[in-house]
Design a protein around this ligand. Sequence first.
Ligand SMILES: Cc1cc2nc3c(=O)[nH]c(=O)nc-3n(C[C@H](O)[C@H](O)[C@H](O)COP(=O)(O)OP(=O)(O)OC[C@H]3O[C@@H](n4cnc5c(N)ncnc54)[C@H](O)[C@@H]3O)c2cc1C
Ligand code: FES
Length: 345
Amino acid sequence: MTVTVNFRGHEEPVTCGPEETLLRAGLRAGLALPYECASGGCGSCRSQLVEGEVKSLWPDAGGLSERDRRRGNRILMCQSIPTADCTVKAPILDRLPVSREAVPERVTSRLLGREALSPDTALFTLDFSSPIDFLPGQFMLLESPDGVRRAYSMAHPAAGNDCTTVEFIIRAKPGGAASSWLFDKVQVGDEILVEGPYGRAYAQSGSERPALCIAGGTGLAPILAITEELLVENQTRPVDLYIGARMARDVVLHDRLARLNELGARVAVSVEDPDFAVNEPSGWAMFAASRVGRVIDHVAEDWSDLSDHDIYLAGPAGMVDAALRALVRERGAFSDRLFFDRFIV
Ligand SMILES: Cc1cc2nc3c(=O)[nH]c(=O)nc-3n(C[C@H](O)[C@H](O)[C@H](O)COP(=O)(O)OP(=O)(O)OC[C@H]3O[C@@H](n4cnc5c(N)ncnc54)[C@H](O)[C@@H]3O)c2cc1C
Ligand code: FES
């Protein structure tokens, strides 16, 4: 069923197709709607349903507080599919950051490969029948036949207008709904429904500032894409890449890290495992540093002032939140030069 949505403050009514969320319909209409995770977890897309009806893809989504629920008319645009004509009061952003962003679409892809990178992490390659467009650092929602939708970040830039294969670095969460589907059920050759691209934590092309790129766990995926883009775009810009992992075996894709190193990135690795030998495993000599401990502590150790930097961060929400606090409060980082994705797991 197609319905009409009126976003308060925007004159033109927006048509919303079947199975289309308010967020996607609004972005398609060119509205600078606020959002971050597109997964129901962060609350950035919280809005007020003034009139009409919506169904929620995730009624218990963490992005709404108990207080929001008591109010009765608070909704998450990324989780709401209108079932009748609606009026929505959404905080449309003044500064329009969307002009470079491709409009999110729903397309069918095919699983081309699943290569184990560590005992619980794999590189998934999806094949699309026509080229898709995205910015380095963005993500897509992969959807199972049962309707489980989860966000995964592209691990490389789109590289021109003919990108038909896309790679994702995915960690299996024990008992996780998408993890069970992606690691145990879906077979090479099977179709996978994909919605995207989404995300605003992408490489800022045109910036002359030095860049710090910080990845925790599979936050490596968007950070690889961003680092590559920054280095290829401007060979003189200093780029420092920090990788945080629980165990040495979680530091994956050494060939790509070596390539980024050759392109000019200084690569430093932090391993939390206290048993991590100070004598690095063979092949780790390319890293400028390999240390035991938390990646954010090592960033803070290496930098006393980050007021000149663009900073890119991706990884588990707890790690990203702690890093944001530390970098802004203690190292002078500017919040409008921080670009981050909090993985909700
Ligand atoms: C912007 C972004 C980018 C990400 N990129 C990556 C990546 O590149 N690689 C990677 O490995 N992981 C990534 N993640 C994490 C990933 O999306 C999954 O959370 C993770 O794979 C675990 O999913 P699961 O279904 O296996 O686990 P589950 O435990 O089943 O789900 C994980 C979480 O999803 C949330 N959730 C969302 N919708 C629902 C729903 N309808 N019902 C119940 N819970 C729901 C819950 O908070 C739950 O804790 C990213 C997350 C975000 C937000
Ligand atoms: S809850 Fe909708 S964007 Fe995060």
